[in-house]
Write a protein that binds this ligand. Structure first.
Ligand code: GAL
Length: 420
């Protein structure tokens, strides 16, 4: 072989090695802490994993089971305190500010600017993702919380009508009960109790009362006649749940409606992810309808990921690639089709989404304009985590107590709302 050929071969070998090294340096790892472990949630989480792997990076899964995320938050706190933060974690709402104040979150302004996030996100969303004007979290979706899920077969069997008001709700519940069907599928965990409570507060009291009492934590509103009505309605719903409800996971309650063992569930549209994962069709196997009295309102719950400050350069690149991918049109579509939520990115193509999602997308825009778009307390969108925890406990204590009167509950919730 001529000297010239040898040199050419050696040069290309060196170039190839350099390219492999460059790619190897770019290929990083992202350890993701999340709590998406149910059927629909897990499929959606897999879509996120595939997106990251598609960019040549490694996904290190750190799933902490427990709907609503309380357990995940506890584990995250212990990891950060011990100096072992994951690179990304499911953190959302005002707690993004609480984590940012600790100085542990990475600045994503470069990714946000390069991908035009300020133009792609509604201000109500963008503002929650920023700390002191800089992006420190990336939003994944928009869940609607104020939904009622119904099994049409069960309703037909009971000769009942899917309710749109609370009076109709109790008429339907009585008919389901008479037909031997559990009227309301419920999981007795405090975030589920509060998910039911806040939809009743919205339906009975209306969006202005909801914001005054549960977002601004106004003591007069919290002690008003309206709150008494809300709590009485709330406790009446409990009489239509089954004796095995305490401690039940939310997706097992959804499965009761899927099987027709129960007629209804008051739950956010991650429940739709369970119906879809079970191969059920909206409008055929299940009905989605606004929680009674809330058809003109939208309780939002926006999942997001915050990225933690890390040193390894390749892993920082992987973090940024993950953040950029989450906001991409392709990911926004495949993730939300599985998760039951709608894309958070404005102008998303909704043609592949079902009627429940299309209604959600329409209402999200309309309620923002009508000022009837409200944050979910149950899902960490509205108040400090300390106040949220105290109020949730007060509400669940009332749901579970046979002795606490409505008047006692009003006072305990108002007191809990003062927690700083
Ligand atoms: C919510 C979360 C949803 C879903 C639900 C049940 O707080 O935002 O994505 O996971 O809990 O776990």
């Amino acid at each position: 072989m001529s000297k010239k050929t040898l040199i050419a071969l050696r040069t290309s070998a060196v170039a190839a090695a350099a390219l492999m090294t460059a790619l190897a340096v770019q290929a990083g790892e992202v350890e993701v802490l999340h709590y998406w472990t149910s059927g629909g949630e897990a499929k959606a989480a897999k879509a996120l994993q595939a997106t990251l792997q598609g960019k040549g990076h490694t996904w290190k899964d750190f799933a902490v089971a427990g709907g609503g995320g309380d357990s995940a938050t506890t584990v995250l706190k212990s990891r950060v305190v011990s100096g072992n933060a994951p690179s990304a974690a499911q953190i959302k709402g005002p707690s993004i500010q609480e984590w940012a104040q600790e100085g542990v979150l990475a600045d994503m302004s470069d990714v946000a600017a390069a991908n035009n996030w300020d133009k792609l996100l509604p201000p109500v969303v963008a503002n929650v993702m920023k700390y002191k004007g800089k992006y420190v979290a990336v939003p994944v979706n928009v869940h609607r919380v104020n939904w009622l899920w119904a099994n049409p077969e069960a309703f037909k069997k009971a000769g009942a009508k899917v309710p749109t008001t609370w009076d109709e709700f109790f008429v339907a519940a009585d008919k389901l009960k008479a037909a031997g069907i559990i009227p309301v599928a419920h999981g007795g965990q405090n975030w589920q109790d509060f998910t039911t409570f806040e939809s009743i507060a919205l339906g009975v009291g209306g969006p202005d009362f909801y914001k005054k009492a549960l977002v601004q934590l106004d003591q007069t509103a919290l002690k008003s006649e309206t709150m008494t009505k809300v709590l009485s309605t709330f406790k009446r719903v409990k009489t239509y749940t089954d004796k095995n409800a305490p401690g039940r996971d939310w997706n097992l309650a959804t499965a009761m409606v899927i099987r027709g063992e129960a007629g209804m569930q008051l739950m956010g549209d991650w429940a739709k992810g369970e119906f879809i994962a079970a191969g059920k069709k909206p409008g055929v196997d299940f009905t989605c309808v606004a929680a009674p009295g809330t058809a003109k309102d939208f309780t939002f719950n926006i999942d997001s990921f915050a990225l933690f400050k890390i040193k390894n350069e390749a892993n920082v690149k992987a973090q940024k690639d993950l953040a950029a991918a989450i906001m991409s049109p392709d990911f926004q579509e495949v993730f939300n089709l599985n998760k039951g939520s709608i894309p958070v990115r404005l102008g998303a193509d909704m043609s592949k989404f079902d009627d429940c999602a299309k209604l959600s997308a329409k209402d999200f825009v309309e309620t923002a304009k009508a000022n009837t778009l409200v944050p979910s307390i149950a899902h960490g969108m509205a108040v400090s985590s300390a106040a949220e925890g105290a109020i949730k406990d007060a509400v669940s204590n009332f749901w579970n107590s046979d002795k606490m009167t409505v008047a006692d509950a009003v006072n305990k919730i108002a007191a809990a709302a003062k927690t700083k």
